[in-house]
Ligand binder design. Structure first.
Ligand code: SAM
Length: 291
């Protein structure tokens, strides 16, 4: 449902000359908006589409990976809600609202499930607030994952999430936007410390599989360069490095795999499988449990 606020701010897509909220800079590309374009959204500006086009030049099928990632997110949330009994989700680096948002997927299992979206891009807050205007189970908070306490101690987060109960913590396509010097493993571990046993963590992350998949490795190196030059972020890490981000949590079957291989749903896979199999190994995903 398009609320009044959403209509007022519905300036994106090809309408960048319309009124833009002051906290948003339409002259600089943002990760959230470039990704939005890649997965077919309209909340992006010309600068974002230019960056996306540069990426599409080296990997024309990159949108397949975006779709595979979103499909993984959907299955991971459904698994956590349905099979692991999770009733509260903390989605960090949630991105712009799109088809199959976490609260929508979770509410298919139980409409009382609580969801907190967290992102450091102000555009996410603007759009998120608008679509969630009358939602009592779901909220959105602007905060930076590099400052875990600003999330864990945030009163709005605390209102929705009871850390004494299991949480579904989502780090989906966000940790590759942290630099090595940010210490993504250490930051993730800080979140794991406060999670109750039975909590689950989902991670997806750009991957450079090295000699195991040389074509994918070459594509990862080139993509990393384009990301660095245009967005100043985007690391393609090895499967071992990505697995390390789960710390000592227990990875559940099938472990760390390309997103489409995680508890595969043959129908979805058929529609999303990239014709270029190199791309398939440029992002890995998994879910782990805190015991
Ligand atoms: N999780 C969604 C998904 O997988 O479909 C969106 C992923 S999008 C590629 C990455 C998101 O992480 C963007 O919305 C970006 O603004 C956010 N992000 C990047 N760095 C962040 C940080 N340091 N703190 C919070 N969010 C961040």
């Amino acid at each position: 449902r398009l609320t009044e606020e959403k209509r007022n701010w519905a300036w994106a897509g090809n309408r960048e000359n319309e009124r833009v909220p002051p906290e948003i800079d339409p002259s600089k590309p943002s990760v959230a908006r470039v990704y939005d374009f890649m997965i077919g959204g309209k909340d992006n500006f010309a600068v974002d589409r230019e960056v996306a086009q540069k990426m599409l030049q080296i990997a024309p099928e990159a949108p397949y990976n975006g779709k595979a990632n979103r499909a993984f997110l959907r299955r991971a949330v459904t698994y956590m809600a349905q099979e692991a009994g999770i009733r509260q989700f903390l989605d960090i680096g949630s991105g712009l609202p799109t088809v199959g948002n976490v609260h929508e997927v979770a509410h298919e299992v139980d409409p009382s499930i609580r969801v907190v979206y967290v992102d450091n891009d102000p555009i996410v807050l603007v759009h998120g607030r608008a679509i969630l205007a009358d939602n009592t189970t779901t909220t959105v908070v602007q905060a930076d994952v590099r400052e875990p306490e600003s999330i864990l101690e945030n009163p709005e987060v605390r209102k929705f999430i009871d850390f004494r109960e299991p949480v579904g913590l989502l780090f989906v396509a966000i940790l590759h936007h942290l630099k090595d010097e940010d210490d993504p493993a250490g930051l993730a571990a800080r979140f794991y410390e406060v999670l109750a046993p039975g909590s689950h963590v989902a991670i997806s992350h750009f991957c450079n599989p090295g000699d195991r998949h040389p074509g994918a490795s070459r594509l990862a190196v080139e993509s990393e360069r384009v990301f660095a030059e245009n967005l100043g972020t985007g690391r393609f890490r090895t499967p071992e490095e990505i697995q390390g981000f789960f710390g000592d949590l227990e990875l559940i079957e099938p472990g760390l795999v390309p997103p489409l291989d995680w508890r595969q749903d043959p129908e979805t896979v058929a529609g999303i499988l990239p014709p270029n199999r190199d791309l398939y190994h440029c992002i890995y995903a998994g879910v782990a449990r805190k015991n």
